[in-house]
Structure formats: C-alpha cells, structure tokens
Design a protein around this ligand. Structure first.
Ligand SMILES: Cc1cc2nc3c(=O)[nH]c(=O)nc-3n(C[C@H](O)[C@H](O)[C@H](O)COP(=O)(O)OP(=O)(O)OC[C@H]3O[C@@H](n4cnc5c(N)ncnc54)[C@H](O)[C@@H]3O)c2cc1C
Length: 285
C-alpha cells in the first residue's frame, strides 16, 4: 500500500476510534494500558483492558462472536492443520502469562507463516467480529500477550527467518517471530552487535520487542527501537498490509508512520508485525 494511502487509512481509523470508543473506567483507576480489540466493521466496538486491580470487573463484550466449527475449518484451509492449535496443553501455556498472574481462556491459537496468512486471518476475524490477541514469546510482564477472555491468539513464532543482512549498511531484515537471542548470535558471528539485549532474550521475539518498544541493557549506548528500527511491515485489523519496509536512512517523504507501531500499546489500530529492519552497529566501533 502506498505511503499516502497508509497515512489516510490510519488517520481515518484513528478518528473512528475517538468517535466510537465506549470504554469506561471503574472509579479510582487512573492508569490503563490499551490493548484494544477493534474490528473495523459496522459493529465496531472497543474493549479496553485495565490493570490487574480491575481486570476482574471487566465483562466480555457480547458484540464479539464466539468461535465455531466453520471458523476452525476456514483457518485450517488457509493455515493447514499445523497452523491451527487446539491442543489443551499448548493452549494452557499460551493462555498464561510469564508471571502467571493473568490467564485467559482462548480455545484457539493460530500460527501463520506469511504476511498473506496474517492478513487473511485478520480480514476474516474482522468480518466475523472475532477478537484476537497477538502473541510473541509471551515474556511480557504486564499480561498484554495473553487473552482476557476467549480471544483468538495469533502467534507469529513460525515466521522466524532472517531475510537478509547487509554488512556495508549494517541493515538486518528479519521476520517478526525471530527470537532475540538468535539475532544477537547471528550478528555476533558477523562481527556486529545487536542494539537490543534483555534478560528474556532466549524467548522473546523481535516483533514483541518492537511492539513493546523494549528498552533492555543496551538502551543507553544505542538508543531506543524508535531509532534502530528503520522500517516494518504491519497488518491492520481489517487485513490491510502496510509496507513500511524502506531501508533508506534519510527518507524525508511524508510521515514516518513506523513510529505508530513501535511501542504501540496505546495505538488504536490493531497490528501484527512481520518484517522489520534493525540498524546494527559494528562491534568495537
Ligand atoms: C527476565 C525478563 C527480563 C526482561 N527485561 C526487559 C527489559 O530489560 N526491558 C524491557 O523493555 N522489557 C523487558 N522484559 C519484558 C519483555 O521481555 C519485553 O516486553 C519483550 O519485548 C516482550 O517480547 P515478547 O516477544 O515476549 O512479546 P509478548 O510478551 O508475547 O507480547 C508483548 C506485547 O506485544 C504484542 N505483540 C507480540 N508480538 C507481536 C507482533 N508480532 N505484532 C504485534 N504485536 C505483538 C502482544 O500482543 C503484547 O501486547 C523482560 C521480561 C523478562 C521475563
């Protein structure tokens, strides 16, 4: 999708959100982080999740549909048997957060392997009004990666390829499901250093890192991901793929939209990352 179209859609969705959101706060709650479920159809509804102190008072929004056999068949058709997880043990892990403080009751986890598959899933969920939650390595400490109720979990862990690395520019292109530690080792072997490192590196995924704008141990030296991510590809709730994978460092054209997706917990649009670029610095520089 061209840049001006992307800008237009985002502005449109953003103003829709302001107009139609109907969240309310339990008195006394001052903070929330907004995981928003936003199907862009006429039954548009927003469900915000509050901090643990009030999570128990949140009701499932009845406007959202429940999974049925037709949905499962559709997902199997596009992802194959392997990409549709209904195994109770696996779902139990995916429903429970790292700290074991939050637990959802999702009955379905989807594991797409391409952007196209992510797009098809979201398009379908949007049309059926099915709530979804993206999940990376599930190492987040605030319960953002697990369902609140029975949302469909979308995990891009199978999209874990390093697509390219250019030693001259230091630009790495990889898929959102790459485990951070694998990227660090890959770059170490090339004589480069990843600008991001954190304690959960053995499990967290770069898509999750970008989504949370993770800081980590190297932030003071190399700055935040807003500086080191050069581009990314995102899929909106309605399945639209936004290609913002430009690797040009000095890109003066239009808005720099990728920043809307880095640390997007307060962002209105639902997104799921697929590819992104990391700027890396030469070791011993
Ligand atoms: C031991 C330990 C140390 C940690 N140290 C740090 C630290 O130093 N600095 C720091 O900032 N954090 C730290 N964290 C928190 C956590 O590891 C980071 O927030 C990490 O970036 C989460 O990545 P993840 O892949 O596990 O994402 P998840 O926990 O799976 O998801 C986190 C959020 O991102 C969303 N998300 C995940 N993948 C995608 C995707 N592909 N597209 C769109 N949205 C997505 C989820 O919906 C959720 O809202 C630490 C955690 C642990 C357990």
């Amino acid at each position: 999708m061209e840049k001006w179209r992307v800008t237009y859609s985002l502005l449109k969705y953003s103003s829709n959100f302001d107009r139609r959101s109907n969240y309310s706060f339990t008195s006394g709650v001052r903070y929330f982080y907004g995981r928003s479920y936003i199907p862009f159809n006429k039954n548009y509804a927003v469900q915000l999740r509050y901090l643990a102190s009030v999570a128990s008072t949140t009701q499932r929004n009845p406007d959202f549909s429940q999974i049925n056999m037709d949905d499962i068949s559709y997902f199997k058709k596009i992802l194959g048997e392997r990409g549709v997880v209904q195994d109770e043990e696996k779902l139990d892990d995916a429903n429970t957060d790292w700290m074991r403080k939050y637990k959802g009751s999702s009955k379905l986890m989807l594991q797409p392997r391409t952007t196209e598959e992510v797009s098809q899933i979201l398009k379908y969920c949007n049309s059926r009004c099915l709530a979804v939650v993206p999940q990376g390595g599930n190492t987040g400490l605030v319960g953002g990666s697990v369902p609140v109720f029975d949302e469909v979990i979308i995990n891009v862990g199978s999209m874990n390829n390093i697509l390219s690395f250019d030693k001259v520019s230091g630009i790495l292109v990889c898929e959102a499901g790459c485990i951070l530690e694998n990227l660090i080792s890959f770059l170490d072997n090339q004589g480069f250093i990843m600008p991001l490192d954190l304690g959960a590196k053995g499990s967290c995924q770069i898509g999750g890192n970008v989504s949370t704008n993770a800081g980590g141990l190297r932030l003071i030296r190399y700055g935040s991901l807003h500086g080191s991510v050069l581009g990314l590809e995102a899929v909106l709730a309605n399945g639209t793929v936004l290609d913002m994978l430009a690797s040009l460092r000095k890109d003066n054209t239009g808005y720099d939209l990728k920043h809307l997706f880095i640390g997007k917990l307060t962002l209105n649009s639902f997104l799921i990352g697929y590819c992104l670029k990391e700027q890396v610095q030469i070791l011993n520089e």
